[in-house]
Design a protein around this ligand. Structure first.
Ligand SMILES: NC(=O)c1ccc[n+]([C@@H]2O[C@H](COP(=O)([O-])OP(=O)(O)OC[C@H]3O[C@@H](n4cnc5c(N)ncnc54)[C@H](O)[C@@H]3O)[C@@H](O)[C@H]2O)c1
Length: 344
């Protein structure tokens, strides 16, 4: 890949440790500028990368020597920052979720389509070997007709995780709890691997612990319907005792497959290992997966070649749409239809 890209990073917190080493290992990338409200974090990132520190986001996107902006800030800033950067002519790669509500996400998509710059969203688990293989198996028809799916994300978060961030734990800044932060990757895979959209959902969310410090859900269970009338169920929580391996199962007439963490099994008749996708991890935490390296390589290759990016514009919208629809369903106690992304 010959084309060089000059990168600016906004937000030098936890997830920057999954972006920076990958970018630094890429031949065609130069990190030119970083910024963070917390000066020590900006300084640490600048020292590590050799980039300049920008005093704020506006000055970062005003620079002419930046081609791509990585948005690694709290959820409520993704949409306004992505929109401002796109309007300034910068390509954008934002961390998940796209936004804290569907209205803001739709505006991002509209702006991206109108601008001469490209918007990508991080959902790195799509690049996991187990996800890729399972998608291939379902699409191949080898298991016969698709019948439905289930997923379970049982993780653990304590008060300091919310309180110390200054933004997690509140609807206005995080947009939800386990659904929009931890489980959104798996909700994305439920649609992506099944190869069809979810059209409606009925679910229940609850704040089962820490109501004194947070106003977002710590748990959710839901039933959702795919476009072909088949269904999936999911149960997600931040109230378990550890971060257990995520489980995702696809059931077809003749075959049943299950992802457990990095491993993919054929569970039609007992557990038969198909592949173990465990790989060296980028960043601090094994459960983030190694997908950042694969997704960033793909994103920059798409920018260099003009190829379509798998997570461009509306591609990350269905998972956010599902999160918001479940929250709404819990409020009303009824089924909620998801928007048709064709109408954005
Ligand atoms: N893909 C994944 O698996 C994964 C894992 C962890 C986090 N994330 C996502 O990454 C994003 C950031 O999460 P984190 O854990 O790094 O959070 P964090 O709180 O550790 O870091 C966010 C940083 O943004 C900075 N910031 C806030 N407002 C700013 C502003 N106006 N200008 C400049 N900097 C500003 C904060 O000072 C902080 O350092 C979130 O969207 C989160 O969901 C993704």
């Amino acid at each position: 890949m010959d084309k060089k890209f000059r990168v600016g990073i906004v937000g030098c917190g936890g997830i920057s440790n999954a972006h920076i080493p990958v970018l630094m290992a890429m031949d065609n990338i130069e990190i030119r500028a970083v910024c963070d409200l917390r000066p020590q974090r900006a300084q640490a990132a600048a020292q590590r990368t050799g980039a300049e520190i920008c005093p704020d986001f506006d000055s970062l996107i005003a620079r002419e020597d930046i081609d791509v902006v990585h948005v690694l800030t709290p959820h409520y800033l993704h949409a306004p920052m992505a929109i401002a950067a796109l309007k300034a002519g910068k390509n954008v790669l934002t961390e998940k979720p796209m936004a804290i509500d569907t209205q803001a996400a739709r505006e991002m998509i509209r702006v991206s389509r109108q601008c001469n710059a490209r918007l990508g969203v991080i959902f790195q688990n799509r690049y996991n070997p187990a996800s890729k293989k399972l998608k291939e198996l379902v699409a191949s028809g080898v298991g016969g007709k698709f019948l439905g799916a289930r997923a379970s994300v049982c993780w653990h978060r304590e008060k300091p995780y919310y309180v110390e961030s200054g933004w997690r734990g509140f609807m206005t800044t995080e947009g939800g709890g386990t659904l929009i932060n931890q489980s959104i990757h798996t909700l994305d895979l439920l649609t992506y691997i099944a190869g069809q959209p979810i059209v409606r959902v009925r679910g229940h969310v609850s704040t089962d612990r820490m109501e004194d410090v947070i106003d977002v859900e710590t748990a959710c269970h839901a039933l959702a319907e795919y476009a072909d009338g088949t269904s999936c169920v999911f149960h997600v929580t931040n109230d378990y005792v550890i971060d257990a391996p995520i489980q995702l199962e696809m059931t077809c007439e003749k075959k049943r497959w299950q992802i457990v963490g990095d491993k993919l099994y054929d569970v039609t008749d007992g557990y038969q290992l198909i592949l173990d996708g465990a790989a060296p991890t980028v960043g601090d935490k094994a459960y983030w997966g190694a997908g950042h390296a694969a997704e960033l390589a793909d994103y920059y290759d798409c920018l260099a070649t003009g190829r379509h990016f798998m997570l461009e514009d509306e591609a990350a919208y269905p998972a956010l749409n599902l999160v918001k629809a479940v929250q709404e369903s819990s409020r009303t106690g009824d089924w909620v239809a998801l928007d048709d992304i064709k109408e954005i």
